[in-house]
Design a protein. Structure first.
Length: 99
């Protein structure tokens, strides 16, 4: 039990940053899952959401978000890691009915 509290004291900045506000002295082994959940949600989802929202806003401003929605299969290789982009300007123009 003391080891859990010691670890929490060492990582107090992380827990506070994640929004976990319960006093460290009140932490029990039963509450360990709650701390882990708070940390995981914050550092994998919530913290990155603002960055992704800004990216989405920037893509919308440039018209790229609309193109991604409309031509998702054509543009997928450019936004999914590991896929080889096979899109050329000619293929894009054909898909956009620009020719």
């Amino acid at each position: 039990m003391d080891t859990l509290r010691e670890v929490c004291f060492e990582g107090i900045d992380l827990t506070l940053d994640a929004g976990y506000t319960k006093p460290i002295t009140a932490i029990t082994l039963d509450g360990k899952a709650e701390i882990v959940k708070a940390l995981m949600l914050h550092y994998t989802l919530y913290r990155n959401k603002a960055v992704l929202d800004q990216l989405k806003s920037g893509l919308a401003t440039l018209g790229v978000l609309n193109a991604m929605t409309k031509y998702s299969q054509v543009l997928e290789p450019f936004f999914v890691a590991g896929l080889q982009p096979s899109l050329t300007a000619g293929k894009f123009m054909q898909h956009c009915n620009c020719l």
